[in-house]
Design a protein around this ligand. Structure first.
Ligand SMILES: [Zn+2]
Ligand SMILES: [Zn+2]
Length: 367
């Protein structure tokens, strides 16, 4: 190993260190001044207010934002599963995992335009922040009507539970700010159940302002029913797989979609983790690591589903297990055959896809 400090002219490190210390001290002293604090805060608030994603509500394009690309396993850089879709003048949220509400707020998503939540199934990582999202879109977004929550049979039980858990909070806020500012109905939710056939035939969940949302069953047994959603708007389309094994029903459902947001699990890594846990005398963890492999999809399989469906771009989400940047890139490309006919994207929180109407383009930026 080379010693960089040995080649450095004498004195440089010391004077550089002193300069840095002087700057830090000056900043600390300046920040003690309340006037400067206020100016910095004013500037930050103005900067935040200048970001207005509500423009997306009526620009005619289909927008997709990854508001959570993680899983039930803790990951400092990924919230739990969440995909936001802006279409037909409204915001729709598919699944709302732990940490996803904060992601939506930090990315300044237009919660005032939230028209509904769509749940793929009721594993905790997909529903954990349903109460928090409802609260934030009411208290911050100003919603005056109950929030519709669509899902397969069982959704009413989930909604009733969250409404009960947040009932006291809602009452406090109405009492504190008044019903004009906090209309009580806006704190509530309404379950909107639908029941797609077991053979994978899609059902229409809603049609509104040029947007059609359909759902089809996928295979996440023993979790049943579990569904995927498809949004069609202005000739563009996105499919969100939910949790599933590689599924022929999903191939049919995603046929010709512009974008497929597909869950992935790095099965090889889970097998290594299971073996290490077993060798370390932790049979329970070893069994769980093995069990989860059989109801998810490997990256290679997800790309095959996308290829057979003829989609334009496949985006990996719900990444299991959590891995740091470059290692994730390498691990989640294992088994992937890239023939160059579609774009393959390793999803990250805050990714924004724009699908303009009357175009075949899919534009990607990070918020
Ligand atoms: Zn699940
Ligand atoms: Zn999940």
């Amino acid at each position: 190993m080379s010693d960089a400090s040995a080649a450095r002219p004498p004195g440089i490190a010391v004077s550089g260190g002193r300069a840095w210390l002087a700057v830090a001290l000056a900043a600390a002293v300046s920040l003690a001044c309340e006037g400067l604090q206020d100016r910095l805060i004013e500037r930050a608030v103005a900067r935040a207010q200048a970001v207005d994603r509500s423009e997306w509500l009526d620009d005619g394009a289909l927008h997709v934002v990854l508001c959570g690309t993680g899983s039930p396993l803790a990951d400092p850089s990924r919230a739990g599963p969440c995909t936001a879709v802006v279409a037909g003048g409204a915001l729709w949220i598919v699944d709302i995992g732990p940490g996803a509400t904060e992601r939506l707020l930090l990315d300044r998503m237009p919660l005032s335009g939230l028209a509904g939540v769509l749940l793929t199934h009721f594993h905790s990582d997909h529903i954990g922040e349903l109460g928090e999202l409802t609260l934030q879109s009411w208290a911050g977004g100003g919603r005056r009507e109950p929030l519709p929550v669509h899902g397969p049979p069982g959704v009413a039980r989930v909604v009733d539970g969250f409404v009960a858990a947040y009932a006291q909070d809602s009452a406090y806020r109405v009492a504190h700010h008044g019903a004009d500012v906090m209309p009580p109905a806006g704190s509530e939710m309404r379950a909107r159940p639908f029941d797609p056939p077991a053979d994978g035939t899609p059902v229409i969940v809603l049609e509104r302002d040029g947007l059609r949302v359909t759902a089809a069953r996928v295979d996440h047994a023993p979790v049943t029913p579990a569904v995927a959603y498809r949004f069609d708007y202005a000739g563009r389309s996105v499919v969100i797989s939910g949790d599933t094994v590689s599924s022929p029903a999903l191939v049919r459902f995603a046929q010709g979609a512009d974008l497929l947001v597909h869950e992935v699990l790095a099965d090889g890594v889970l097998r290594v983790a299971s073996r290490v846990a077993a060798e370390g005398g932790r049979p329970r963890l070893s069994k769980i690591a093995t069990d989860v492999i059989d109801y998810h999809t490997s990256p290679g399989e997800a790309v095959e589903v996308a290829r057979e469906a003829g989609v334009g771009t496949v985006v990996f989400s719900h990444l299991v297990p959590p891995l740091p940047g470059l290692l994730a890139e390498r691990v989640f490309e294992r088994g992937v055959v890239d023939d160059g006919r579609m774009d393959i994207v390793l999803g990250e929180d805050g990714m924004h896809f724009t699908l303009p109407a009357g175009s075949a383009e899919t534009l990607l930026e990070s918020l």
